[in-house]
Ligand binder design. Structure first.
Ligand SMILES: C[S@@+](CC[C@H](N)C(=O)[O-])C[C@H]1O[C@@H](n2cnc3c(N)ncnc32)[C@H](O)[C@@H]1O
Length: 370
């Protein structure tokens, strides 16, 4: 059994925990920052392919109390790196140090890197190179309260990079955050959904992928662990089998999902992205201010524009508020970076959930319009 850790965008831990339990991973534990779980190696692979909300999947390869640089060096050197890194592979080490005697994360990463290089050089007579941008193997050392946990990053590049976003448009949401929001909103994967300010289409595409049971990692060419030394032809075949099995799990459920935007260029980007993701959505070029109740009790999930000008000059929030108040029977969820929308809507949200979008503190406002 391996110990895994699924890292989460801050404040999405609860929904990530719920998702991992639903996906039948074992010993899933709610924890701030990310969710630990256990399983076989193949469960780590499956988590990379199936989790819509995790940012990364890490696996623990070492653990030790550490208060000095030498202890850190010894702890990293005690890990057998030969299954992962050979002289042919590149690697990188990153680190976070909190509440510990060694409190400089750059120094921790440097000592850990030395320990790995020395172990391999002593054994092979040569050393692997460091590549910070696109390494074959990513090592992460987390030092908290003088305890070091040494991880390998199974995902490689973060999991929000699904492989379908050719272009991002203005201010695209991370795919993992969009997936977390869809869960927070309580969407049942069947009800008609609309993102009337879809930008590059992230929310609409993530909702269609989720509804039809398409594993989000299937569009990724490869994950970090597929570049490790131990990932040979047998493992590659097992991975193909796993991908095939997940393709077979697709339910094909296709609720009505509309992606709309006022901007034709944004819509074009959203259309291209949906095509790469292999899903069909209904696209509309229209202003959200023309949104009308259409008989279907829809759920609106959207990320409206923000910025200083909105708060001071524009009457868009007030007009938008009037539109929302006439959507009787709808649920409306907005990811809002300012309080201008909340003030303009003049209704009490049924939920107001704090979240983080990039470096912005934001709120997910959920309204059930009577
Ligand atoms: C913050 S971006 C949305 C980003 C999107 N969630 C994504 O992941 O790419 C806001 C979007 O609202 C659109 N927008 C602004 N005013 C609009 C209006 N009146 N009606 C419809 N869309 C509008 C913009 O064109 C922009 O694409």
């Amino acid at each position: 059994m391996q110990e895994f850790y699924a890292s989460a965008i801050r404040l999405t831990e609860d929904v990530l925990c719920e998702e991992l339990r639903e996906l039948d991973f074992k010993s899933v534990r709610l924890n701030r920052g990310g969710i630990p779980f256990r399983g076989e190696w193949s469960d780590g692979w499956r988590a990379c392919l199936q989790s819509r909300i995790a940012q990364r999947i890490l696996v623990v390869v070492g653990r030790s109390p550490v208060t000095t640089a030498d202890q850190l060096y010894d702890a990293v050197r005690a890990v057998d790196w030969s299954p992962y890194i050979t002289t042919q592979q590149t690697f990188s080490v990153s680190s976070v140090a909190v509440g510990s005697t060694l409190n400089h994360s750059g120094f921790v990463a440097l000592r850990a890197k030395d320990a790995i290089v020395d172990q391999i050089r002593d054994r092979e007579g040569d050393r692997p190179s460091v590549d910070r941008d696109d390494p074959d193997v990513r090592v992460f050392v987390y030092l908290a309260n003088d305890k070091a946990t040494i991880y390998l990053d199974m995902s490689g590049s973060p999991l929000h990079l699904r492989g379908y976003r050719a272009r991002g448009g203005g201010a695209p949401l991370r795919e993992t955050l969009a997936a977390a929001i869809l869960r927070m909103v309580g969407w049942d994967r069947r009800s008609p959904l609309i993102d009337p300010m879809c930008g590059s289409g992230t929310i609409a595409i993530e909702s269609a992928l989720w509804a039809s049971g398409v594993a989000p990692g299937l569009a990724r060419e490869r994950f970090g662990f597929e570049r490790w030394a131990c990932h040979g032809e047998i493992q590659a075949q097992q991975m193909r089998t796993l991908r095939g099995a997940l393709r077979g799990d697709v339910t094909g459920q296709k609720p009505s999902i509309i992606a709309a935007d006022i901007d034709s260029e944004a819509l074009e980007i959203a259309q291209d992205n949906a095509k790469i993701a292999g899903i069909k959505l209904a696209f509309r070029q229209q202003s959200v201010l023309d949104l009308q109740p259409d008989g279907a009790a829809r759920i609106v999930v959207t990320n409206p524009p923000y910025g200083k000008r909105l708060a001071t000059e524009s009457d868009f929030p007030a007009q938008f508020g009037r539109v929302i108040r006439r959507l009787h029977g709808w649920r409306v969820a907005l990811l809002s970076a300012t309080d201008v929308y909340e003030k303009a809507i003049l209704l009490k949200p049924s939920h107001k959930i704090p979240l983080v979008n990039g470096d912005l503190d934001v709120h997910l406002l959920i309204y059930d319009i009577e």
